[in-house]
Every structure is written in C-alpha cells, then in structure tokens.
Design a protein around this ligand. Structure first.
Ligand code: PEP
Ligand code: MN
Length: 261
C-alpha cells in the first residue's frame, strides 16, 4: 500500500493526533457548544456521527444531511476540522459536498467488503483522509483488506482505528482490545497512522484515561475520543462520553514517553 505520513494531512506536530466530539450530532446547539468548548481546550478536529449504525431499530439513527449543514457553519465559525462516519456511497457524496475534512469507516462497515468497495468507488478521484475502524470481529486480514480497497481507489491519506472487538462474554470492556493485532498492523505497515478509540473499547468514561495512556505507551499516533457537552443526556453512547473539560484533564495527564520521528 502507498500510504502518506500522518504529518502530510495534519498540522505536522509531534504531539498525538486528537479527534474528539460527540458520538452523534444531535442538535445544532449541542454540536456548536461541544465544538466550541473543545476548540477552547485545544482540539482542532471534531468528530460527530451524522448517520448512526444502531443495533436495534427504533433508536436515534442520526440527523443526516441537516447535521452536515450545521457542521459547515460551525467549521467556518470556529475554524475547526470535522470527521464523520460514512457507510455508503451517498454518505460519501454528501460528506464531500459539505466539505467534511476526514471520513471514517465504522466497524460494522469494515466487516463488509461490498460496503467498503462501494465507499472506495465513491471516493475515486478524491483526496480526502479516510480512517478505517477495525471490523467487529478480530480479523486482521479483513481490516487490511478494507484499507487496500481504499488504497486501490487512490486514497493514500489512510489510517487505522483500533476500537476493540465485539464479544458475547461479559468483560470490563465494551469491545475487547487486541493490542497485539494493532501492533502487528503497525509492523506490516509502519507508515500507517494508528489511532486508538478508547471510548468504544471502554464503553464507560472512567476507563478512558487508562486506555488512552496504554495506547500512548504502545506508540499509537493518536486518539479519537467521544466528548459531549452533557454526556449524561447524550442520545447515543451516554455512558462513555466525557465533557470537554474532562477530556482536557485526560489529555493533560497523559505521559508521552516517545517522541515521533
Ligand atoms: C462511533 O464512532 O460512534 C461508532 C458507531 O463506532 P464503531 O463503528 O466503532 O462502533
Ligand atoms: Mn459512539
């Protein structure tokens, strides 16, 4: 695979690359207030789910295109970048139309080669960074295959997100981390940016700090963390989101033992 270094599409600093923001864009006010506080706390790349892959029907499935209009406004007002999940060709078209800066492929999409190929085809001719979450099941080849499909479509600003793996066992994690698999991916593709999603690994906010530190100890390149202005009342993933202030504390407490070359 031909992969560009993270510094080619981020600010080039040697600090961990941080993406933070709500699990879902809920209202314009919620998104604006969250993004504003995050920006004030030094976060320049905001995440927000616009289309939500919910396990059961009848729950909040995302705002859709209207949220992209809010994002377009907020990007201008706050001078921030936005990252969103795309799960089909129409999502890609709309994301590009509204100037989304970074796309990610969710765990439920990475698992499906048809879906990934559809997304890759829709991205042909576009030079947008794409992050690929690990598939739901611990299958390194499937994870790599998704990145190869995107790479073959011309996406060179690629990165991987370790968000843990589904399990039916009751464990302290919502999704089991497999640090070895992430490291193996890094060994195979040393230039591949590796980002950790402690929020979806943990499933609860009190574990975000230790998981973020673990990722930093393992030389991950960055973190994507769910942050909401009012986590308790979030419309999705309420238990794992942290306030922007709490996020700042988490990031400030990180011990960075490695400097990147
Ligand atoms: C999310 O990031 O909110 C999400 C749905 O993630 P995942 O694909 O990791 O479950
Ligand atoms: Mn979420």
């Amino acid at each position: 695979m031909q992969i560009e270094q993270l510094s080619a599409w981020t600010d080039g600093s040697d600090q961990p690359f941080i993406i933070a923001g709500p699990c879902s864009a809920e209202t314009e006010e919620q998104l604006f207030k969250t993004a504003k506080e995050l920006k004030e706390n030094g976060i320049n790349v905001i995440r927000a789910g616009v289309w939500k892959p919910r396990t059961r029907p009848g729950t909040f499935e995302g705002i859709g295109e209207d949220a992209l209009k809010w994002i377009q406004k907020i990007k201008k007002e706050l001078d921030v970048k936005f990252a969103i999940e795309v799960a089909n060709a129409q999502h890609v078209e709309l994301a590009l139309k509204y100037g989304i800066d970074i796309l990610w492929i969710g765990a439920r999409s990475t698992v499906n080669p048809f879906t990934v190929q559809e997304i890759a085809d829709a991205l042909k001719g576009h030079d947008v960074p794409v992050l690929v979450k690990n598939p739901l099941n611990p299958d390194l080849a499937l994870w790599i295959g998704a990145m190869e499909r995107l790479n073959q479509a011309g996406i060179t600003k690629l990165g991987a997100i370790h968000r843990g793996f589904s399990t039916s066992k009751k464990t302290k994690f919502r999704n089991l981390p497999q640090w070895q698999m992430a490291l193996e991916l890094k060994r195979k593709y040393p230039e591949m940016p590796m980002i950790c999603d402690p929020s979806h690994i943990a499933g609860k906010r009190d574990m975000i700090q230790e998981l973020s530190q673990k990722a930093m100890d393992l030389v991950f390149d960055g973190l994507i963390i769910e942050s909401h202005i009012d986590p308790e009342n979030a419309w999705s993933d309420a238990a794992q989101q942290v306030t922007p202030t709490h996020l700042k504390e988490i990031l400030e407490a990180l011990v960075l033992r490695h400097t990147k070359s």
